[in-house]
Design a protein around this ligand. Structure first.
Ligand SMILES: Cc1ncc(COP(=O)(O)O)c(C=O)c1O
Length: 500
């Protein structure tokens, strides 16, 4: 197999590299600490004693053990892990942003406010909405902001009996979590055999108690909900609101708009669609856009223009309050602004079309492989992502989706999202994005084919993978509790046990 392998080796902890620890206290310690309160001065500190070149090698090696969007395809379905253009970093690093203080008088930050104002306008245009708050720091926080707006809207308009939010069974877990956090009861509607919302089940679920419907479109199966206008009519008929989860906006940007689909509230995960970093669970940005009737409910302040000046408007009549300090997550917001300006109107539409093309190209190749099934109607087109089931593989060989994901890592590629959405058994959810080349798609398909063939011939290799990485198969439950598994924690534990 050709391609994208990377060097992998085990790198010791920096403490284990060091034969000794650096002497402490420092010889000038008295001079250095004379202005510090005595009770905060440590008596000793054990830090590794290593030469500068070895420190450099240590951290470069650690960075090479990592996988990133700059290294190869990162096909986490629903997460849209796309390339983050370097031009955005270059501009942000050279625009003296660090010299602006958020408490500065607004007359002195007019440039920044203009950029944020324009970004809000672009997002409104892209989503087909009318007003925008850039404050929420993630999609999930955008969701909570959105459902809080929904709640305040109904309370203000004497509909406080509305206590249910309807959510399809294919939805991301943050949807029911957000609704629940806002105090709603969640009513689930099933998907039909086409993988879309079952409209008659939706009709049955709707009542005077319905506050709204939370919908991802295309949904998490990568399928476009083409009866969305009908759904909007059903929800609006009982004064409910339509909430658009923008996690999959990358499939339709510049091509279709949630506002035209009659959504009232939209969140946009900037880190998914507009090439900004995801970070480790943040810092991201999940601006929220609403139509005219919900403007007064937005978090404050919003940036407006008065007498040719950009000002912060705190006077929204029914505001839900603040959801973030100051203006929001500025360095992420600015990157999204740069991305949109750089791509332009045509570029943004092109991006979504290529994302859909890449996904369908890969799907065509993969869906023919032994052990793979495409759940729900095969003739319904998939968009920017698709979900296959490895249930047949499991039945034939005992190899699970988790095993296949682990074995893929041995080939130097990142695994897709697995076991989501919950309505697909042994789900394998792949979203290549527009950032990858045909070579990368071919290589990914080749890797997967290899692993599936191995599953039939030598399943034990797949079941015990990964084999080529510094870290072998981890126990999933422990690995997801990093505080007790982190190397630094284990090191300290070892040390403190040794001292006892
Ligand atoms: C469909 C969907 N909705 C909401 C979210 C939450 O977004 P965020 O990760 O920005 O909080 C995700 C995250 O992956 C998602 O896939």
């Amino acid at each position: 197999m050709t391609g994208f392998h990377q060097a992998r080796w085990a790198e010791p902890l920096i403490f284990d590299l060091s034969g000794s620890t650096a002497p402490y206290p420092h010889e000038n310690i008295e001079e250095l600490t004379k202005y510090l309160p005595k009770d905060i001065i440590r008596e000793s500190l054990e830090i590794p004693n290593i030469s500068e070149p070895r420190v450099a090698k240590h951290f470069i090696r650690l960075s090479q053990m990592n996988y990133s969007v700059d290294l190869g395809m990162y096909p986490l379905g629903s997460c849209t892990m796309k390339y983050n253009p370097k031009i955005a970093d270059e501009i942000i690093n050279n625009c003296n942003l660090e010299y602006i203080h958020p408490d500065q008088p607004i007359e002195t930050v007019q440039g920044l406010l203009k950029v944020l104002y324009d970004l809000a306008k672009y997002l409104c245009e892209i989503t087909g909405m009318e007003h925008c708050s850039l404050q929420p720091a993630a999609g999930a926080q955008g969701e909570l902001t959105g459902v809080l707006i929904m709640k305040k809207y109904h309370i203000t308009n004497n509909m406080d009996y509305k206590d249910e939010v309807i959510i399809p069974d294919s939805a991301h877990g943050t949807n029911p979590a957000s609704a629940k956090m806002a105090g709603y009861k969640v009513v689930e509607v099933p998907s039909n055999e086409d993988g879309k919302v079952d409209i008659s089940a939706l009709r049955d679920a709707v009542s005077e108690r319905t506050a709204g419907l939370m919908l991802t479109n295309p949904n998490t199966l990568g399928i476009f909900e083409d009866r969305v206008l009908e759904m909007a009519e059903i929800i609006h008929e009982v004064d409910g609101l339509m909430y658009y989860d923008g996690a999959n906006l990358n499939a339709i940007t510049g091509v279709a708009r949630p506002g035209d689909m009659k959504f009232d509230i939209v969140h946009v995960n900037l880190h998914k669609t507009f090439g900004t970093p995801h970070g480790g669970g943040g810092p991201g940005a999940g601006p929220i856009c609403v139509n005219d009737k919900l403007r007064e409910y937005l978090p404050v302040p919003i940036i407006t223009k008065k007498d040719g000046k950009y000002v912060l408007d705190y006077e929204l009549k029914h505001t839900i309050g603040r959801v973030h300090s100051f203006y929001g997550n500025i360095s992420v917001l600015l990157r999204a602004y740069i991305y949109i300006r750089r791509m332009g109107r045509k570029g943004i539409a092109w991006m979504s079309k290529i994302a859909v093309l890449n996904s369908n190209y890969l799907l065509k190749k993969i869906s023919r492989f032994k052990g793979v099934d495409l759940p729900f109607n095969k003739d319904v087109p998939r968009k920017h992502e698709f979900v296959i089931s490895l249930q047949r593989l499991k039945k034939d060989t005992g190899v699970t989706a988790l095993d296949v994901a682990k074995r893929l890592l041995d080939f130097g590629v990142h695994a897709p999202t697995i076991y989501f959405p919950l309505i697909v058994n042994e789900a394998f959810m792949i979203e290549p994005t527009e950032s990858v080349t045909k070579d990368e798609l071919d290589y990914y398909a080749e890797c997967l084919l290899n692993v599936l063939n191995e599953s039939y011939s030598t399943p034990e290799i797949v079941k015990s993978a990964p084999h080529n990485l510094a870290i072998k198969r981890v126990r999933e439950a422990e690995a997801s509790r990093p505080s007790s598994m982190a190397p630094s924690y284990l090191w300290f534990k070892k040390r403190s046990m040794a001292k006892l």
